[in-house]
Design a protein around this ligand. Structure first.
Ligand SMILES: [Zn+2]
Ligand SMILES: [Zn+2]
Length: 331
């Protein structure tokens, strides 16, 4: 089969590899679509804590079970199912977690072998090029669940990249009021139609407006300081995106936590149940989500788009392995 193989850091090439053989409990999935995540670009360039080489990346997968033809998206984790975190329903925190596209081969290929229990059926009217965005939307759902965002809450999101916009859309679909803070005016221009359609407001750099919740979908440590300064008393900040540079928190920022009784929570990955919830959000907002797609591309074009993803210049690239889904091209 054709696959994109990451042999060493920085070297991702289309190669002919043998079809994966499913182990006990696994099924062979014929990949129809796999979205390219900024994390894929990061592991290509820098490696990753959870990466084992050589590897076929790709964790935002939609495909058909070979033989049956039914369409599924894939929860990209394999958890032990027995530890306290797994039993409590937070299987994304399992210490024995293995992640498809990091520890196991993923969806940048014609076929991938995945645990049968990780499959989630795709609603009939949801095309594969949208369904493959279930995992990032599920991560957004996890972030919002960690901050306890609910009906009527004003939520400030830092970063208007695809995941920041999915966070905002998820806030809207949960009955909250999303605001986006983005430092790059060109990006705001690029996503204007999405913001208008989803009724997401752009937050000014400084204003009197205070927020119930804040989430960073940008790796700049300044977002944490800014987030704290704009939260109402009792507000919650979610460290959703990992930070890239050392940033000692000023005492004034930490004291804000104290005097305003703020809370800081983390979020990483998503659970299978959050994938189910995310699929529902995707199915309800198909036209809006389509605006997040930069282009639908073939496998061999992926290496060329990774630098654009790293530079934060583009929206979502979707790898299209076949053309049996409805064809509409956006962006
Ligand atoms: Zn991802
Ligand atoms: Zn576990």
């Amino acid at each position: 089969m054709q696959s994109l193989l990451l042999n060493t850091i920085g070297s991702l090439r289309v190669e002919t590899t043998s079809e994966p053989v499913p182990k006990t409990g696994e099924v062979l999935l014929q990949v129809s679509h796999c979205a390219v995540c900024r994390t894929d670009a990061k592991i290509w360039k820098y490696g990753h804590r959870d990466l084992v080489l050589p590897r076929i990346p790709g964790h935002e997968i939609c495909g058909r079970v070979s033989g049956s033809g039914k369409r599924y998206v894939v929860w990209p984790g394999t958890a032990c199912g027995k530890c306290a975190q797994c039993v409590s329903g937070a299987e994304n925190l399992c210490r024995d977690m293995r992640i498809i596209g990091f520890h196991e081969d993923g969806g940048f290929a014609e076929f991938t072998a995945v645990p049968e229990k990780s499959l989630i059926a795709v609603p009939e009217d949801l095309p594969g090029y949208l369904a493959c965005m279930t995992e990032p939307m599920a991560c957004a759902v996890n972030g919002l669940e960690q901050v306890g965002a609910g009906e009527g809450d004003r939520v400030l999101i830092f970063g208007a990249g695809p995941v920041g916009l999915m966070l905002a859309l998820a806030v809207r679909s949960m009955g909250g009021i999303p605001f986006i803070r983005e430092v790059n005016p060109r990006r705001i221009e690029q996503v204007k139609r999405f913001l208008d359609r989803a009724e997401i407001r752009v937050a000014a750099e400084a204003s009197e407006l205070e927020f119930d919740r804040a989430v960073n979908a940008a790796p700049d440590a300044a977002t944490v300081t800014q987030g704290f300064s704009r939260l109402k008393p009792g507000g919650v900040f979610c460290l959703f995106s990992g930070l890239i540079q050392d940033a000692p928190a000023p005492v004034s920022t930490l004291n804000r936590l104290h005097y305003r009784q703020l809370r800081l929570v983390g979020a990483y990955g998503c659970t299978r149940l959050q994938m189910v919830k995310a699929l529902g959000i995707l199915a309800d907002h198909q036209d809006i989500l389509a605006l997040l797609i930069q282009d639908r591309i073939s496998l061999d074009r992926v290496p060329a788009v990774l630098p654009k993803l790293l530079a934060g210049e583009s929206l979502k690239y979707i790898i299209e392995m076949d053309s049996t889904g409805p064809m509409t091209r956006n962006g």
